[in-house]
Design a protein around this ligand. Structure first.
Ligand code: UD1
Length: 350
């Protein structure tokens, strides 16, 4: 297929570009080289031999010329992470939602009927929980008074007792809790509307915590794996927030790329509409565990569990990877220990 990859010069996008080209697709890349992901003044001209067309997805002419002759779009371009403060709000909405709207309008006009969207687990807010008395519940954001005294587990919205965490599946209630999360969920809604109205097939891949070679270094937009790796490189101990027992699913970027290849291959066999999939390793770990494993692999200082917290962080987000396995044939291949051992010395992007 002739596939346009938006954001194909970024951390995840460049791995997706390589994987789709290796799978035999005729790929092209459109990327604005956003300063949050690329060094100012950087001029990336190709990714794994694929030329990069530099342009802004919010611009209709740019998008339509990139879409000419294309069979499918793999939409990775986005502004990611927690951001700095609310001054980032228009940039998130512009880069994530307005850009997606311009892309979808162009796909409708030029009749490009297939889309794979890079989604995020942030659309869930907190993961899945059960109360001993009330069964499955969705906890409200944690109270600052609890966090301040080191009570990090969320409470039952009915009886305030502490909850047991479980795995979150794609039918979980969606509860975006940050500007970024709201823009990632809006992308899914816009894509679903486009798919229904144009009779097209689309998949949203809800990435869990992605890490691997080419991850951006320590910036306000970086994930915890890059923050810890940068600290260790400076000879500092990783600072683990809360009590370190919060859990995430750390999934290797080459597995994420493989999920994109599988999702694209699935499109022709599905009815019009959008379907979402968790993209996860299925091997959840605590943040303290990840810090200790990376510190050992880098022969660095042991992590420090600080008890500090970020208001707005969720406690546990652990994916159920079953739907992607059953419907896309996708199972992550990189084991946690091997992935982190490689990540310890992998190049990062400046
Ligand atoms: C957040 C974003 C997510 C994004 C990811 C990486 C939201 C709600 N979530 O998810 O979309 O993909 O960041 O940019 O916007 N931690 C430490 N020490 C640190 C930094 C973080 O212990 O120095 C802890 C955090 O408290 C958290 C965990 O590590 O418990 C993971 O943090 P992070 O990598 O930022 O990812 P998420 O919170 O899962």
């Amino acid at each position: 297929m002739r596939v346009l990859i938006t954001g194909g010069a970024g951390f995840i996008g460049s791995h997706v570009t390589r994987a789709l080209a290796a799978a035999g697709h005729d790929v092209s890349v459109l990327d604005c080289l956003h300063p949050a992901a690329h060094q100012p003044g950087s001029d990336v001209r190709e990714v794994h031999g694929v030329p990069v067309r530099r342009g802004d997805l919010r611009d209709r002419d740019t998008v339509e010329s990139a879409l000419a002759g294309v069979d499918a779009v793999v939409h990775q371009a986005a502004m990611v992470g927690m951001g700095v403060d609310l001054a980032d709000l228009p940039a998130y909405v512009g880069n994530n939602d307005l850009a997606t709207a311009v892309l979808l309008a162009g796909m409708a006009r030029l009749r490009v009927p297939r889309l794979v969207l890079a989604g995020s687990m942030v659309v869930y807010g907190e993961g899945a929980y059960a109360c001993a008395d009330h069964g499955p519940v969705r906890p409200a954001p944690r109270e600052l008074a609890d966090l301040a005294v080191g009570q990090f587990e969320p409470r039952c919205p009915h009886c305030a007792s502490l909850l047991d965490p479980g795995t979150v599946d794609e039918d979980a209630r969606l509860d975006p809790r940050s500007v970024y999360a709201a823009t990632k969920l809006a992308q899914e809604h816009l894509t679903a509307a486009w798919a229904r109205e144009s009779g097209s097939a689309a998949v949203a891949l809800r990435y869990h915590n992605v890490y691997g070679p080419g991850m951006p270094r320590d910036t306000p937009y970086s994930g915890v794996a890059a923050i810890f790796r940068s600290a260790l490189e400076r000879g500092e101990a990783p600072q683990v927030y809360e009590d370190g027992r919060q859990r995430r699913d750390f999934v290797h970027v080459t597995d994420v790329a493989a999920a994109n290849v599988a999702a694209l291959a699935s499109l022709d066999a599905r009815p019009p509409g959008l379907r979402a999939y968790n993209v996860a390793s299925g091997e959840p770990r605590t943040v303290a565990d990840m810090a200790a494993t990376l510190a050992a692999a880098m022969d660095g200082l042991a992590p420090v569990v600080t008890g500090a917290f970020r208001a707005g962080d969720v406690r546990h987000v652990v994916a159920c990877p079953r739907r992607a396995r059953d419907e896309l044939g996708f199972t992550a291949q990189v084991p946690f220990a091997a992935g982190l051992a490689e990540f310890a010395t992998a190049p990062l992007r400046a």
